[in-house]
Design a protein around this ligand. Structure first.
Ligand code: GLU
Length: 368
């Protein structure tokens, strides 16, 4: 089963994006598996025209190939709508099992939320580093205690998003565990660490958290490699994936079970239970996470300076830990095929600290 590149076309890729793409490509190709490309252009206001084409050109130039045609999220609204309809058929009890102590009827798994961002901010604890804000539950209490009031507001046409409810604290399935290839065993409490999360925004856009799970299931992806800032999201995505499966949303693999069991009988992973690897992040010298506006680390600038694909891949392989101890070795150019020879997750997980790029060393290596 395949892995995937899932870039957001919001600008030219920089060295941090390439490092994550290289990790995803090496993981899939080292298993002898396919690699799919999904252009995550669902959040239309963030999309920069032409960025997807430049990303594909950069990936090809680097030798990071993929199989088949790219999938564009912007062309899949019907699928996301269908997935949402499936989830809307469930109650919280259907999705997670009943809470041990309960004095009210189970609420719908997907419920309307009329809160503005300002309302939520006012009622919430400060955000943590990954900008996750646990929803304080205002509209969940409304639908639980006064469903007529919720109905009335919907009838009035009040602007609302849709949220997926997390299990109650007392329920059996309120904690998500998963094994990460780099960060080892992870544990998150759905009600405490995550909270009820928007799946469709008030402006009608489907949220990243929903569509990424729908797409991975639908495309049959069983290898998910990306930055460690999504570790907490991964727990939420596992909950969404479990609910979708419980609601009867069919994964690509489930639709083609016969071929799957015939081709990969020994893999412990499947689109229902993927392999996860979250990578340390890349910071600049000031310790800030790289942003697409970090011009000097951007592929456009590097290519305009005449750097080679091997220099870029080698640098990212070095960041991944595939060229030995980074504190005593300098990066050296290598092709994607050579990096594949060196690839082993045990080398990546030797050091799980975020990587910091010194601009001087970077400029010296690339001859800028
Ligand atoms: N499109 C997301 C990003 O660019 C990737 C998310 C994912 O891999 O699930 O950060």
């Amino acid at each position: 089963m395949p892995g995937r590149f899932a870039p957001t076309p919001s600008g030219r890729m920089h060295i941090g994006n390439i490092y994550a793409m290289l990790g995803a490509w090496l993981s899939a190709r080292s298993r002898g598996d396919g690699m799919l490309l999904r252009i995550e252009d669902i959040d239309e206001p963030r999309v920069v025209p032409g960025a997807a084409e430049l990303m594909m050109d950069d990936l090809r130039w680097l030798g990071l190939d993929w199989d088949g045609e790219p999938v564009y999220q912007s062309a899949r609204h019907g699928l996301y709508e269908e997935a949402l309809r499936c989830l809307e058929r469930l109650t919280v009890d259907d999705a997670y099992g009943s809470a041990k102590a309960r004095n009210s009827a189970s609420i719908p798994l997907i419920y309307p939320c009329f809160c503005s961002r300002a309302d939520i901010r006012a009622a919430s604890a400060p955000q943590e580093g990954d900008r996750f804000m646990v929803y304080p539950g205002t509209c969940r209490r409304l639908i639980a205690n006064d469903p007529d009031a919720t109905r009335q507001r919907l009838e009035n046409g009040d602007r609302h998003s849709l949220r997926i409810a997390m299990p109650e604290k007392a329920s059996h399935n309120s904690t998500i565990h998963f094994d990460d290839e780099v960060f080892a065993r992870q544990e998150f409490s759905l009600p405490q660490d995550i909270g009820d999360t928007i799946v469709r925004r008030a402006d009608g856009l489907f949220s990243y958290q929903l569509v990424v799970v729908v797409d991975d299931l639908d495309m049959g992806v069983d290898d998910i490699v990306r930055g460690r800032d999504l570790l907490r999201s991964n727990a939420l995505q596992i909950a969404i994936r479990t609910a979708l499966i419980a609601a009867g949303f069919q994964s690509h693999a489930a639709r083609t079970t016969a071929t799957r069991t015939a081709t990969t009988p020994q893999s412990p992973y499947s689109p229902e239970n993927p392999h996860y690897a979250h990578l340390p992040l890349i910071d600049n010298a000031e310790g800030r996470r790289l942003a697409k506006r970090e011009r000097s680390l951007d592929m456009g600038v590097l290519r305009a300076h005449g750097v080679s694909p091997e220099q870029v891949v080698g640098y990212c392989a070095w960041l991944l830990g595939l060229q030995g101890d980074r504190s005593c070795t300098a990066p050296r150019p290598m092709s994607a095929a050579e990096a594949l020879q060196e690839f082993d997750w045990s080398n990546v997980r030797v050091d799980t600290a975020d990587r910091s790029i010194s601009q001087d060393d970077f400029d010296a290596y690339f001859g800028l």
